[in-house]
Design a protein around this ligand. Structure first.
Ligand SMILES: Nc1ncnc2c1ncn2[C@@H]1O[C@H](COP(=O)(O)OP(=O)(O)OP(=O)(O)O)[C@@H](O)[C@H]1O
Ligand SMILES: [Mg+2]
Length: 261
């Protein structure tokens, strides 16, 4: 079982509301299908929200909980935007030949202070055993303490890795892994091939949030969530989906980008 995240930064332009990068999405779907034909890997393909849910989430501060009279409306609009992108991703995977099934996280996870407290994963386990490809996404979910919150795809994949025993997570982004600074802002940023216990504290100092409209913490959040899985023997890889063939190769076990181990 391999868990993949197609980043919202990869699938959309995060500075322009609901702007899909359709050619990139189509290629991701093809690479996933091609990798599945070459190996018997089971996949969960999660995706981020990009400029679909991040826009209403930021406007209504959904990540801060129920803060005013408009919060519930913001929750509903964020859920809708996230789910609409999910249908688009599922449709492309179906078109590429995968039996993809959209999974609505707001219907199977409950958070407490932003962290997953309850999950109902039986459907996902059954789908996997029948060779389907579950497709969850970063979503607005109920929080027993804050009222509502935003649950990132990284946090969902972290939970799924734990509960379903995945050993590998591939995060596909618009940057070629982790750098010594945000490469979209600093041309002198150097790639970091590997993050381990030995350099984690140093690397933390290089990590920033997203360059686009975002409520879940960009690269810093990704590395933190993935690093916390190291003790459980789960290896994470952050690669660029803008390089052709990169995702297919990563699913088949080739290394690229940054490995967190
Ligand atoms: N040290 C760093 N190395 C690489 N990228 C960095 C670094 N610091 C910040 N970033 C930024 O993190 C971004 C990736 O995080 P972001 O949350 O925007 O993407 P995503 O997770 O694909 O999107 P979404 O949250 O919508 O799924 C990069 O595009 C880059 O601008
Ligand atoms: Mg993100």
């Amino acid at each position: 079982l391999v868990l993949v995240k197609l980043g919202g930064s990869l699938l959309t332009n995060k500075n322009k509301k609901e702007s899909l990068k359709k050619t990139v999405l189509k290629r991701m779907a093809k690479e996933i299908h091609s990798a599945r034909k070459k190996s018997d890997v089971n996949l969960i393909v999660g995706h981020g929200g990009g400029s679909f849910p991040h826009f209403p989430a930021k406007k209504y501060k959904v990540n801060e909980g129920i803060v005013d009279k408009k919060s519930i409306e913001g929750f509903a609009l964020t859920q809708d935007a996230a789910a609409r992108l999910n249908r688009i991703v599922v449709k492309e995977l179906l078109g590429a030949g995968e039996n993809a099934i959209g999974i609505q996280p707001s219907a199977c996870f409950v958070c407490e202070r932003g962290k997953i407290a309850l999950s109902f994963l039986k459907p996902i386990a059954e789908m996997l055993s029948q060779g389907m490809v579950p497709v969850p996404y970063g979503d607005a979910v109920i929080d027993t303490d804050l009222g509502v919150t935003i649950l990132s795809t990284e946090s969902i994949l972290r939970e799924l890795a734990f509960k379903m025993g995945a050993k590998r997570i591939i995060i596909v982004s618009d940057v070629d892994g982790v750098f010594t600074a945000d490469p979209s802002k600093n041309k002198k940023a150097k790639p970091i091939p590997e993050i381990t216990r030995d350099n984690y504290e140093k690397v933390k100092g290089y990590l920033a949030g997203s360059a686009g409209v975002d409520v879940t913490g960009g690269m810093a959040h990704k590395v933190e969530e993935m690093f916390s899985l190291n003790d459980f023997g789960v290896e994470a890889q952050i690669i660029s989906g803008l390089k052709k063939g990169n995702l297919e190769k990563a699913i088949l076990g080739e290394s690229a980008g940054t490995i967190i181990r």
